[in-house]
Each structure stands twice: as structure tokens, then as C-alpha cells.
Design a protein around this ligand. Structure first.
Ligand SMILES: Nc1nc2c(c(=O)[nH]1)N[C@H]1C(S)=C(S)[C@@H](COP(=O)(O)O)O[C@H]1N2
Ligand SMILES: [Mo]
Length: 331
């Protein structure tokens, strides 16, 4: 086991600061393989490392050059009305935001997510909403997107890796969907689950140490908060795959990994649900994960952040600048 030769990109740089790399140290890597019952040989032969094995002949004809969907059945809803209450300036250019994406289902490094998500089929798609509710419902995505009025909001976005951007999301307040299914008083948390489809998501095949599908959670009051959005579009059009099409969550006062992409299930539960990053590294990624410049990540400071377009460094704001509206949730 100790003599495995990993492809160059798989070796850890000690200075690296991305969350996934927590898990890329050799001891845990080997342990994860052992736990998942795979032999190294099976694992390495059955995966398409670094995208080399992707079949070019199976590209989705609807996938645009940047992974955008050009014939989206909800195209007519965009651009949605701007909600002027939520404005931040200046915007990060779309091209930058759309080519720098954490989406481990498709690839562990941001620059390859677009290419590796081309085959991802975002129709048909259903979202199952269930658990401790009076009206459980499985929505077809196109009905769901039309069920609640869409609006555009410009939010700041802060990844735990200390990069930041400002983007216009289109979607609806998650609270609208929550009210529609009528949670019981016993529902204290909301659990979100992303898709599982290793045939279309190479990252799910090549990284078996993640407990796919990606899962996240919020407290009920966080999920009901007016800032929390179910997002279906960005920059005035349907969301391209790399940002989490066809529907994702956005909680702008929390680190980016709480904003789960490509959601297929929303469940109302009594107890605090487990989350993928917290299960992997509980001392590095808490359930709450509110942006806080004063609480360093165990391996780096959170005092400042880097804007992905200009590279400029600026001070991190507590609750990512949304304290006026969310601090009361934590008093
Ligand atoms: N399903 C899923 N959701 C996810 C992730 C992921 O890997 N899989 N990455 C998270 C992280 S770490 C970040 S920073 C944001 C990135 O969103 P963006 O690509 O739209 O900027 O998505 C979050 N949601
Ligand atoms: Mo992130």
C-alpha cells in the first residue's frame, strides 16, 4: 500500500488549502480505499483519471461551449425581475465565475469542471420534497421552476478556501417551497441531497472516498431565512451545469460548500443532519459554517479573501456582509 505511485496531480502539496485536499493525504487516501472495499488495481483501472477516459462522442447536443444549456425549457423565464433589495457591486465577470467552479462530482480541480460536466443530463430531473411535512411532493423540475416567481438577486459569495465573487443569481426564496409543503412542528432541520450518477459524473467514479451523493443541511430557521434561495439561473439565464443546474441552494452568509448544487432531494427532519464535509473533517468544516474572519480554518486564515476576477485581497466580512439580517439567528 505504501508504494502506490499516484499520478502527479494526485500528490499533495503541503501548502494546498482546498477542502478536498484534506482528504488527499496518503494515510486517509489509503484508508478510504480500504474502507470502500476496493483494491487499488480495481480502483485505478476502473476510473478515468484526470478526464483522459471521457468519451467525446457522447456529448449532449444541448450543452453549450461553456456548459450552458441553450434549449432550456424554462428559457422564457429569464431574465427575471431584479430584486433591488439585494444589490452588490461590482459584479464578477460571468466568464470568470463560470470557469472557476468547485463541483467535485465532476472534477477535483476547478478548471476542469466545465469540460467534465458536458455529458451531464439535467432533464428529466425531479426533486423529491418529503419528511416531516403535511404535503410531501415530488416535483418535475420544470414545474418546480414555474411554481414560484423567479427574481434576480446580486449576492456576495465566499468559499472556505478564501476566494470570493459577486454574482447575480436567479431563483426563488427557499421559504416559498417550504411553505408549500407545510412542515410539521417537529421539523427542525432540512437535509439536502445531490444526484448520484457516476456514469455522467466522472468525479464520483474517480473519488470513491467521498460519500456520494453530496449532502448538506440547514436549520429550519436558516432555510426559512429570506436570504436563502433556491437558485435556477445566473447572469440572467438558466444556470449552466458547472454552477449546479438545474437547481441549487444559496446561503450567502455561509461558506460556499453549504450551497449545495444539483439538488434531487429535500427532506425535513427532527435532528441535525450530517453533512459531507463535516463527516470528512469535523474539525475543519462545521455544520454551521458561517463566514467569520476571526475564526481561522485550522490550516489558513479567514481574515482576508481574494476576488477571483481581479485577484485583489480584501477583508472578510463577518457573515459575509449579511450580519444585519442574519446575526439574530445566532444570538
Ligand atoms: N453538489 C455539490 N455542491 C457543491 C459543491 C460540490 O462539489 N458538489 N461544491 C461547493 C463549494 S466548495 C463551492 S465554493 C460552491 C461553488 O459554487 P460555484 O461553482 O457556483 O461558484 O459550490 C458548493 N456546492
Ligand atoms: Mo468552496
Amino acid at each position: 500500500m505504501a508504494n502506490i505511485i499516484l499520478p502527479k496531480k494526485w500528490r499533495l502539496s503541503e501548502k494546498s488549502v482546498t477542502p478536498e485536499e484534506v482528504f488527499w493525504n496518503r494515510r486517509k487516501f489509503v484508508k478510504a480505499l480500504g474502507l470502500s472495499g476496493l483494491s487499488i488495481a480495481t480502483f485505478l483501472s476502473g476510473t478515468s483519471l484526470l478526464g483522459c477516459g471521457l468519451k467525446k462522442d457522447k456529448l449532449d447536443p444541448k450543452a453549450g461551449p461553456s456548459g450552458g444549456v441553450f434549449e432550456d425549457p424554462t428559457d422564457d423565464l429569464y431574465p427575471a425581475k431584479k430584486n433591488k433589495k439585494f444589490l452588490v457591486e461590482p459584479l464578477t465577470p460571468e466568464k470568470v465565475a463560470a470557469s472557476y467552479n468547485n463541483f467535485y462530482e465532476f472534477f477535483p480541480d476547478k478548471e476542469n469542471v466545465v469540460k467534465n460536466s458536458k455529458n451531464f443530463q439535467i432533464r428529466p430531473w425531479q426533486v423529491k420534497v418529503h419528511g416531516l411535512v403535511e404535503n410531501p411532493k415530488t416535483y418535475d423540475i420544470d414545474d418546480l421552476i414555474r411554481a414560484f416567481p423567479l427574481e434576480e438577486r446580486v449576492y456576495r459569495f465566499r468559499c472556505v478556501e478564501a476566494w470570493a465573487m459577486v454574482v447575480p443569481w436567479t431563483g426563488f426564496p427557499l421559504s416559498a417551497l417550504i411553505k408549500a409543503v407545510m412542515p410539521k412542528s417537529s421539523a427542525k432541520f432540512v437535509r439536502f441531497k445531490s444526484f448520484l450518477n457516476p456514469d455522467q459524473a466522472p468525479g464520483q467514479k474517480m473519488q470513491p472516498w467521498y460519500n456520494w451523493p453530496y449532502y448538506e443541511g440547514l436549520r429550519m430557521d436558516e432555510a426559512m431565512h429570506e436570504l436563502t434561495m433556491a437558485v435556477t439561473g445566473i447572469y440572467g439565464h438558466p444556470m449552466p451545469k458547472q454552477h449546479g443546474a438545474p437547481i441549487r441552494i444559496i446561503t450567502p452568509w455561509k461558506y460556499g460548500y453549504k450551497s449545495i448544487k444539483s439538488v434531487v432531494e429535500i427532506e425535513f427532519v427532527k435532528n441535525q443532519p450530517r453533512t459531507l464535509w463535516n463527516d470528512l473533517a469535523p474539525d475543519e468544516y462545521s455544520f454551521e459554517s458561517n463566514v467569520n474572519p476571526k475564526v481561522p480554518h485550522p490550516r489558513w486564515s479567514q481574515a482576508t479573501e481574494r476576488l477571483i476576477d481581479t485577484g485583489q485581497r480584501q477583508d472578510t466580512l463577518v457573515y459575509n456582509g449579511y450580519g444585519d439580517s442574519v446575526a439574530k439567528l445566532y444570538s
